[in-house]
Write a protein that binds this ligand. Structure first.
Ligand code: NDP
Length: 467
């Protein structure tokens, strides 16, 4: 029996696009595909096995459009930036107004806002897809932006291909208009940087502070993964710490160069948070640490000049688990606060509990704690998570250990930027009488900026104004 003409198409059969196309075909949606390099399309189709029957390979963009039944929905999986604009310009020559193009790459949400506003001659939405290649193939988390009408049109496909949370809910949802989906994906990636950095920091305390070997650290992380910290990133960190190097037979982790790469989405989040006036210091610290990690020569010169970290830390391993729990809560509290500000700024109806639910499976930051976050946010979506009763209890229990860990790091020369930033933010946020009265005094002294008085009396400047 001939296949019905697909209504779903996909452009860009790279790592993510190929996996996503197979996932869509596997869920029973016929799909037409096109790739800039035609040989890639042919190889993809030849390697699709039984799913090849659901897939229509095409050699040209015109061919892709002709192979599909209107109204068409075409997913773009090409590198963010100019390639997306170029593809949209080319598609404009072929598509009808009711056709829909879905940019599923890691676009900067400002670009998605711009593309939505620019009046493309077809419908357009931007979606964030998380979970890497395995996620795209077997179930990603999908954060969709665009109109509700276009979401409704695609929801069946997105929900079918998405990961499912433990309660069976698909991890695909509509985040809001225009760039909202890509924005939430960027915050997800920023949190991903921070979660990874905090795990790396406690690994560093175990290695350099407590003198533990990678094979000793692996079961500790694996044990943490059975508790409050249960998450994909702690799970894979245990596996990474436990891996044996096939070349030397020693721990593989000890052979990996300590310079981390990045594609910039964590940096976007940190910059955007500053623009919104709701900083995310744990994420900023994680971005900073990645940048510092790549300055290996300078770091080696620093160690030669100042010597290695002087002495061993003294603290129970349990403190590190508690510190990681506290750091994680504080990082997410910052991320959700930032998203609340963005919803106001950009006029998006971001649904905070829905975001926490979408992140529960399929994506890199999936964790057990997101269930509790979704519940806490459902009770009060705009509340800073550190003020939510459930997390306040957890923070009361875990912040003493976070203090001990950060203090040991400071005493023994172990850099813990993300955990320290989380603690400093927590202390600022739990101090009713801060220190910005001094800043306001200084500003008035040199710039006559004025200040408000606690007693409400009208006294716009200090006595220095007349001197
Ligand atoms: P790849 O490099 O594996 O694939 C890129 C694809 O885009 C190829 O099919 C390539 O075609 C095509 N392409 C590149 N430039 C152009 C262009 N100018 N015009 C048309 N097609 C072009 O990338 P990924 O699959 O890893 O990433 C795709 C998108 O998904 C990116 O935005 C990325 O940030 C995002 N993403 C990636 C994740 C990952 O884990 N890899 C996770 C989540 C999102 P050709 O064969 O001709 O080179």
């Amino acid at each position: 029996m001939a296949m019905t003409k697909p209504q779903v198409g996909l452009i860009g059969l790279g790592t993510m696009g190929a996996a996503l196309a197979l996932n869509i075909a596997e869920k029973g949606f016929p799909i037409a595909v096109w790739n800039r390099t035609a040989s890639v399309t042919a190889e993809f189709h030849a390697g699709a096995g039984a799913l090849a029957a659901q897939i229509v390979p095409t050699d040209t963009l015109a061919g892709l459009v002709a192979a599909m039944a209107p109204p068409r929905s075409i997913i773009l999986m090409v590198p963010a930036g100019k390639p997306v604009d170029d593809m949209l310009a080319q598609l404009a020559k072929h598509l009808a107004p009711e056709d829909l193009v879905i940019d599923a790459g890691n676009a900067n949400f400002h670009d998605t806002n711009r593309r939505t506003a620019q009046g493309l001659p077809f419908r357009f939405m931007g979606i964030g897809v998380s979970g890497g290649e395995a996620g795209a193939r077997h179930g990603p988390a999908i954060m969709a932006g665009g109109t509700r009408q276009d979401w409704d049109r695609m929801a069946g496909v997105f929900r079918a291909i998405a990961a499912q949370a433990d309660d069976g809910t698909p991890c695909a949802d509509h985040m809001g208009e225009a760039g909202a989906g890509h924005f939430v994906k960027a915050v997800h990636n920023g949190i991903e940087y921070a979660d990874m950095q905090m795990i790396a920091e406690v690994y560093g305390v175990m290695r350099d502070g407590l003198g533990l070997t990678a094979p000793q650290i692996a079961p500790i992380l694996a044990r943490w993964n059975e508790g409050v910290l249960r998450s994909y990133l702690v799970e894979i960190s245990a596996a990474v710490a436990g891996a044996v190097d096939p070349v030397t037979g020693g721990p593989l982790l000890d052979m990996i160069v300590d310079a981390a790469g990045q594609k910039g989405t964590g940096r976007w989040t940190a910059i955007e948070a500053q623009n919104l006036g709701t900083p995310v210091p744990v994420i900023e610290a994680a971005v900073m640490a990645r940048n510092v990690s790549s300055r290996r020569g300078e770091r080696a010169a620093g160690e030669a000049l100042y010597g290695p970290a002087p002495t061993r830390a003294t603290l129970p391993v349990g403190d590190l688990e508690q510190a990681l729990i506290a750091g994680k809560i504080l990082c997410y509290a910052q991320g959700f606060t930032m998203m609340t500000a963005a919803a106001d700024e950009f006029g998006w109806a971001l649904d905070m509990p829905a975001i926490a639910r979408v992140w529960r499976a399929g994506c890199i930051i999936r964790s057990a704690m997101l269930n509790d976050m979704a519940e806490a946010l459902a009770q009060d979506p705009t509340r800073n998570l550190m003020l939510a009763p459930f997390f306040a209890d957890l923070l009361r229990q875990t912040t003493p250990a976070l203090r001990r860990v950060v203090a040991q790091g400071a005493l023994h020369g172990l850099g813990l930027p993300a955990l320290s930033a989380g603690l400093a933010w927590f202390d600022l946020m739990r101090t009713a009488r801060g220190t910005a009265n001094m800043i306001q005094g200084q500003r008035d002294y040199f710039g006559l900026h004025g200040f408000r008085r606690l007693d409400g009396l009208d006294h716009p400047h200090g006595p220095w104004a007349s001197s």
